[in-house]
Ligand binder design. Structure first.
Ligand SMILES: [Zn+2]
Length: 455
């Protein structure tokens, strides 16, 4: 029997990647993430799946596939699926975003997780400070240039550029066929050349099937075509011209973005101040010699929020937070030096602004994707209300983690596989016209239906 690929997530949706590879009885999952809209019809801010019911509340709505030999004993305790020895041999992870990792916490910890070295450091930072879906699993690390085998399958990991460091695509040699998987990618980040390395490597291995993301395919999103370099230039202009406090919310594990704002601060003579949750990730990533990461305490500062007693006292803070207390920046410090700081503030920390009492005329930089649904618009409206309340200007400044349509099609062309399986996209059909012109077959995946790999 020829090897197969079965898509259980990332089908007609952005995120939620869950792909099962089967070859001669050996099973490997490529990513096992949470969909962005997973269960939004049944679960929202008020109604959540009960942790005590393990995977049961998610099985009810088909939000997790009922694959035997995949889940932990705890996840299955109240379900019809019986717990037994693992039948899935490995989980191979492309990068540490929740739409690729989020559901690993339900899986049997006896199943090893293969991930890049940088991803394992990010996992450790989350594990030390909160929790990580990879907790309790054995972690097996790989890097570009290496290869690893799981049964008859040989994996060739190749780095790609994405909005989190340590992102990979893979070439998988199976018995009788070769599959290439892009993970999530772009060319317009600080390390865009890494995605070209993937194209070259994948093209050389002559895959039969290409499993490619298409987040921005068919979206007509011309307005958000900014590169990370363009974000830096605009950030330099905004920060350089600011006459009062500057603050921003952005994803702290996007080290490219941290560097962008750090460099904008350097040119403007300001100090970047990040939350403890970001600081612990950055400190961990300084161990990665291939990454450029600003040094916490030297290059950038850490913001210390008041908790419980309101005093900055060890007993109020988690153990991992205490290391930052005597070298931190408080609301009072920011109030005194509003022109000296660029503050990273997640929206849930906006009440800190009440303590900071910022002078009017400052700048807020919204450094995330613009709202694309009703829920997002509501959140954005609340953020704008805060910004308006303190008399700041609102600036939108972001570069996507994903390649625009034309660049995705270029990758597909240059990898040159006979078959393309579009995933991580709401518009898989949009791949059809250009591929057909090039004599390439597009196989639109259906959830749970195996696709044969090989000629
Ligand atoms: Zn993704």
């Amino acid at each position: 029997m020829s090897p197969t690929l079965t898509c259980y997530g990332g089908v007609g949706e952005i995120g939620g990647n869950k792909f099962l590879l089967e070859d001669r009885g050996v099973k490997v999952l490529l990513d096992f993430g949470t969909g962005f809209a997973d269960g939004a019809d049944y679960f929202d801010g008020n109604i959540s799946p009960r942790a005590v019911n393990g995977a049961g509340d998610l099985f009810e709505f088909g939000l997790l596939p009922e694959i035997p030999g995949l889940y932990s004993e705890k996840a299955l305790q109240n379900t019809d699926l019986r717990y037994g020895d693992p039948e899935v041999d490995a989980i191979v992870l492309s990068h540490y975003h929740s739409d690729h990792t989020g559901r690993i916490s339900y899986t049997d910890p006896k199943i090893p997780v293969y991930c890049g070295e940088t991803t394992s450091l990010i996992h450790e930072a989350y594990s030390d400070s909160r929790s990580s879906p990879l907790d309790d699993h054995e972690i097996r690390r790989f890097r570009t240039g290496g290869r690893f085998r799981v049964g008859p399958m040989e994996f060739v990991p190749v780095h790609v550029d994405h909005s989190i460091p340590g992102a990979y695509g893979f070439v998988v040699h199976m018995s009788g066929g070769t599959l290439a998987y892009t993970g999530d990618f772009r060319f317009h980040g600080r390390a865009g050349e890494m995605t070209f390395d993937f194209i070259e490597e994948a093209g050389r291995e002559k895959p039969d099937t290409l499993l490619t993301e298409g987040t921005r395919v068919g979206q007509g999103d011309a307005k958000s075509r900014m590169s990370e370099r363009a974000v830096l230039e605009e950030a330099r202009r905004l920060v350089g011209g600011a006459k009062a406090l500057v603050f921003s919310s952005f994803r702290g594990n996007d080290v490219d973005r941290v560097n962008t704002f750090f460099e904008a601060c350097e040119s403007a003579g300001r100090r970047l101040v990040v939350s403890m949750k970001i600081a612990i990730i950055l400190e961990k990533l300084t161990a990665d010699p291939r990454l450029k990461v600003p040094k916490v305490g030297k290059d950038i500062d850490v913001y210390v929020k008041r908790k419980k007693s309101g005093r900055i006292d060890d007993s109020d803070y988690f153990k991992w937070e205490r290391q930052f207390l005597n070298r931190g920046v408080t609301a009072a410090d920011v109030r005194k030096g509003q022109r000296d700081y660029f503050l990273h503030l997640e929206s849930w920390d906006f009440p800190e602004l009440i303590d900071i009492e910022p002078d009017r005329g400052g700048t807020y930089i919204h450094s995330a994707t613009e709202a694309y649904n009703e829920e997002g618009e509501k959140e954005e409206a609340v953020i704008k209300n805060w910004v308006h309340h303190i008399g700041f200007r609102y600036a939108q400044l972001h570069a996507s983690g994903h390649a625009p349509e034309g660049e995705v099609f270029t990758l597909v062309d240059r990898v040159g596989s006979g078959k393309v399986v579009p995933i991580h996209t709401e518009h898989p059909d949009a791949f059809v016209p250009t591929s057909r012109r090039r004599g390439r077959k597009v196989e639109i995946p259906a959830k749970g239906v195996p696709i044969e790999i090989g000629a």
